[in-house]
Design a binder for this molecule. Structure first.
Ligand SMILES: Cc1cc2nc3c(=O)[nH]c(=O)nc-3n(C[C@H](O)[C@H](O)[C@H](O)COP(=O)(O)O)c2cc1C
Length: 172
Protein backbone atom coordinates (compact mmCIF):
# COMPACT_ATOMS: atom_id res chain seq x y z
CA UNK A 1 0.00 0.00 0.00
CA UNK A 2 2.88 2.36 0.86
CA UNK A 3 4.47 1.80 -2.56
CA UNK A 4 1.10 2.17 -4.28
CA UNK A 5 0.46 5.56 -2.64
CA UNK A 6 4.01 6.72 -3.22
CA UNK A 7 3.98 5.93 -6.93
CA UNK A 8 0.43 7.05 -7.79
CA UNK A 9 0.57 10.26 -9.79
CA UNK A 10 -2.06 12.05 -11.87
CA UNK A 11 -1.69 10.96 -15.47
CA UNK A 12 -3.20 13.07 -18.26
CA UNK A 13 -1.49 11.64 -21.36
CA UNK A 14 -2.33 8.14 -22.44
CA UNK A 15 -1.34 5.61 -25.06
CA UNK A 16 -3.87 5.05 -27.84
CA UNK A 17 -4.85 1.72 -26.30
CA UNK A 18 -8.16 0.46 -24.95
CA UNK A 19 -8.50 -0.38 -21.29
CA UNK A 20 -9.25 -4.10 -21.17
CA UNK A 21 -12.81 -4.94 -20.16
CA UNK A 22 -11.64 -7.23 -17.34
CA UNK A 23 -9.54 -4.42 -15.79
CA UNK A 24 -12.47 -2.03 -15.99
CA UNK A 25 -14.72 -4.69 -14.44
CA UNK A 26 -12.25 -5.18 -11.56
CA UNK A 27 -12.17 -1.43 -10.91
CA UNK A 28 -15.98 -1.26 -10.94
CA UNK A 29 -16.37 -4.24 -8.61
CA UNK A 30 -13.80 -2.81 -6.19
CA UNK A 31 -15.52 0.57 -6.04
CA UNK A 32 -18.71 -1.15 -4.88
CA UNK A 33 -16.74 -2.32 -1.81
CA UNK A 34 -15.77 1.22 -0.79
CA UNK A 35 -17.08 2.35 2.58
CA UNK A 36 -20.00 4.76 2.83
CA UNK A 37 -21.59 6.62 5.71
CA UNK A 38 -24.21 4.45 7.47
CA UNK A 39 -23.64 2.00 4.61
CA UNK A 40 -26.22 3.99 2.61
CA UNK A 41 -24.24 3.43 -0.62
CA UNK A 42 -25.51 6.54 -2.45
CA UNK A 43 -22.95 6.32 -5.29
CA UNK A 44 -23.45 5.02 -8.81
CA UNK A 45 -20.96 4.92 -11.66
CA UNK A 46 -21.02 5.29 -15.43
CA UNK A 47 -18.10 3.59 -17.20
CA UNK A 48 -17.49 5.30 -20.54
CA UNK A 49 -15.43 3.74 -23.33
CA UNK A 50 -17.03 5.19 -26.47
CA UNK A 51 -14.62 7.71 -28.04
CA UNK A 52 -17.37 10.12 -29.03
CA UNK A 53 -18.75 10.24 -25.48
CA UNK A 54 -15.24 10.74 -24.05
CA UNK A 55 -14.81 13.66 -26.46
CA UNK A 56 -18.11 15.19 -25.32
CA UNK A 57 -17.09 14.82 -21.66
CA UNK A 58 -13.73 16.47 -22.40
CA UNK A 59 -15.45 19.78 -23.19
CA UNK A 60 -17.35 19.90 -19.89
CA UNK A 61 -14.99 22.69 -18.78
CA UNK A 62 -12.55 25.13 -20.41
CA UNK A 63 -9.63 23.51 -18.58
CA UNK A 64 -9.34 20.42 -16.43
CA UNK A 65 -11.45 18.01 -18.46
CA UNK A 66 -9.66 18.24 -21.82
CA UNK A 67 -7.44 15.21 -21.15
CA UNK A 68 -10.54 12.98 -21.10
CA UNK A 69 -10.60 13.00 -24.92
CA UNK A 70 -7.39 10.92 -24.94
CA UNK A 71 -8.25 8.44 -22.20
CA UNK A 72 -8.85 4.74 -22.78
CA UNK A 73 -11.90 4.91 -20.51
CA UNK A 74 -13.46 7.08 -17.85
CA UNK A 75 -15.64 6.46 -14.82
CA UNK A 76 -18.17 9.13 -13.91
CA UNK A 77 -18.83 9.23 -10.17
CA UNK A 78 -22.44 10.06 -9.23
CA UNK A 79 -24.39 10.07 -6.02
CA UNK A 80 -28.01 10.36 -5.00
CA UNK A 81 -28.13 13.09 -2.30
CA UNK A 82 -31.56 11.80 -1.32
CA UNK A 83 -29.82 8.69 0.06
CA UNK A 84 -27.17 10.46 2.11
CA UNK A 85 -26.41 13.96 3.40
CA UNK A 86 -22.69 13.16 3.18
CA UNK A 87 -22.70 11.96 -0.41
CA UNK A 88 -19.70 14.16 -1.27
CA UNK A 89 -17.54 12.29 1.22
CA UNK A 90 -18.82 8.92 -0.02
CA UNK A 91 -18.30 9.85 -3.67
CA UNK A 92 -14.79 11.19 -2.96
CA UNK A 93 -13.81 7.91 -1.32
CA UNK A 94 -15.19 6.07 -4.36
CA UNK A 95 -13.21 8.27 -6.73
CA UNK A 96 -9.94 7.71 -4.92
CA UNK A 97 -10.66 3.98 -4.72
CA UNK A 98 -10.99 3.94 -8.51
CA UNK A 99 -7.63 5.73 -8.82
CA UNK A 100 -5.83 3.37 -6.45
CA UNK A 101 -7.25 0.19 -7.97
CA UNK A 102 -6.41 1.51 -11.45
CA UNK A 103 -2.83 2.16 -10.36
CA UNK A 104 -2.56 -1.32 -8.84
CA UNK A 105 -3.55 -2.71 -12.26
CA UNK A 106 -0.88 -0.70 -14.11
CA UNK A 107 -3.24 2.02 -15.30
CA UNK A 108 -2.76 5.76 -14.94
CA UNK A 109 -5.62 7.99 -13.87
CA UNK A 110 -6.60 11.57 -13.19
CA UNK A 111 -9.52 13.17 -11.36
CA UNK A 112 -11.51 15.69 -13.37
CA UNK A 113 -13.67 17.91 -11.19
CA UNK A 114 -17.30 18.43 -12.26
CA UNK A 115 -19.13 19.51 -9.08
CA UNK A 116 -19.18 23.31 -8.68
CA UNK A 117 -17.53 23.85 -12.08
CA UNK A 118 -18.89 25.60 -15.20
CA UNK A 119 -18.79 24.86 -18.92
CA UNK A 120 -17.09 27.40 -21.23
CA UNK A 121 -20.62 28.76 -21.91
CA UNK A 122 -21.24 29.28 -18.20
CA UNK A 123 -23.57 26.30 -17.68
CA UNK A 124 -23.08 23.92 -14.78
CA UNK A 125 -20.59 21.29 -15.98
CA UNK A 126 -22.73 18.76 -14.15
CA UNK A 127 -25.72 19.50 -16.40
CA UNK A 128 -23.57 18.99 -19.51
CA UNK A 129 -22.33 15.60 -18.21
CA UNK A 130 -25.85 14.52 -17.22
CA UNK A 131 -27.18 15.44 -20.65
CA UNK A 132 -24.38 13.64 -22.55
CA UNK A 133 -24.76 10.43 -20.53
CA UNK A 134 -28.53 10.58 -19.93
CA UNK A 135 -28.11 10.55 -16.15
CA UNK A 136 -31.40 10.87 -14.18
CA UNK A 137 -32.00 14.29 -12.59
CA UNK A 138 -31.88 13.07 -8.97
CA UNK A 139 -28.13 12.39 -9.21
CA UNK A 140 -25.27 14.77 -8.50
CA UNK A 141 -22.00 14.39 -10.42
CA UNK A 142 -18.84 14.71 -8.35
CA UNK A 143 -16.10 14.01 -10.88
CA UNK A 144 -14.88 11.93 -13.78
CA UNK A 145 -11.86 9.67 -13.37
CA UNK A 146 -9.97 9.30 -16.65
CA UNK A 147 -8.09 6.02 -17.11
CA UNK A 148 -5.54 4.60 -19.49
CA UNK A 149 -2.01 3.44 -20.09
CA UNK A 150 0.43 6.25 -19.25
CA UNK A 151 2.61 7.57 -22.07
CA UNK A 152 5.28 8.62 -19.60
CA UNK A 153 6.04 7.52 -16.09
CA UNK A 154 5.96 10.36 -13.57
CA UNK A 155 8.41 10.32 -10.66
CA UNK A 156 7.00 8.95 -7.41
CA UNK A 157 6.34 11.23 -4.45
CA UNK A 158 9.64 12.10 -2.79
CA UNK A 159 9.66 11.28 0.91
CA UNK A 160 12.13 14.13 1.46
CA UNK A 161 9.46 16.60 0.23
CA UNK A 162 6.64 15.45 2.51
CA UNK A 163 5.23 18.44 4.49
CA UNK A 164 5.84 16.85 7.86
CA UNK A 165 4.92 20.17 9.57
CA UNK A 166 1.27 19.35 8.80
CA UNK A 167 1.38 16.41 11.14
CA UNK A 168 0.47 16.93 14.79
CA UNK A 169 0.60 14.48 17.62
CA UNK A 170 -1.78 14.40 20.57
CA UNK A 171 -2.34 18.20 20.50
CA UNK A 172 -1.96 20.78 17.70
C1 LIG B 1 -10.68 17.08 -5.65
C2 LIG B 1 -9.71 17.04 -6.80
C3 LIG B 1 -10.02 17.72 -7.98
C4 LIG B 1 -9.13 17.66 -9.06
N1 LIG B 1 -9.52 18.24 -10.23
C5 LIG B 1 -8.75 18.10 -11.31
C6 LIG B 1 -9.20 18.56 -12.58
O1 LIG B 1 -10.31 19.07 -12.72
N2 LIG B 1 -8.38 18.40 -13.65
C7 LIG B 1 -7.14 17.83 -13.54
O2 LIG B 1 -6.46 17.72 -14.57
N3 LIG B 1 -6.69 17.37 -12.34
C8 LIG B 1 -7.45 17.47 -11.25
N4 LIG B 1 -7.05 16.95 -10.05
C9 LIG B 1 -5.72 16.31 -9.93
C10 LIG B 1 -4.75 17.19 -9.11
O3 LIG B 1 -4.35 18.30 -9.92
C11 LIG B 1 -3.54 16.34 -8.67
O4 LIG B 1 -3.98 15.30 -7.85
C12 LIG B 1 -2.53 17.19 -7.90
O5 LIG B 1 -1.93 18.16 -8.75
C13 LIG B 1 -1.42 16.34 -7.27
O6 LIG B 1 -0.72 15.59 -8.25
P1 LIG B 1 -0.60 14.00 -8.14
O7 LIG B 1 -2.00 13.42 -8.23
O8 LIG B 1 0.25 13.57 -9.30
O9 LIG B 1 0.02 13.64 -6.81
C14 LIG B 1 -7.89 16.98 -8.95
C15 LIG B 1 -7.60 16.29 -7.76
C16 LIG B 1 -8.49 16.31 -6.71
C17 LIG B 1 -8.17 15.52 -5.46
Amino acid sequence: MYELLKTRRSIRKFEDKVVEADKLDTILKCVLMAPSSRDRQPCEFVAVTERELLRSLSVSRTMGTEFLAGTGAAVVVLADPGKSDVWIEDASISALTIQLVAHSLGLGSCWSQIRERLTPAGRHAEDHVKEVLKIPVRFKVLCIIGLGYPVVEKPPHDEADLPLDKLHRNRY
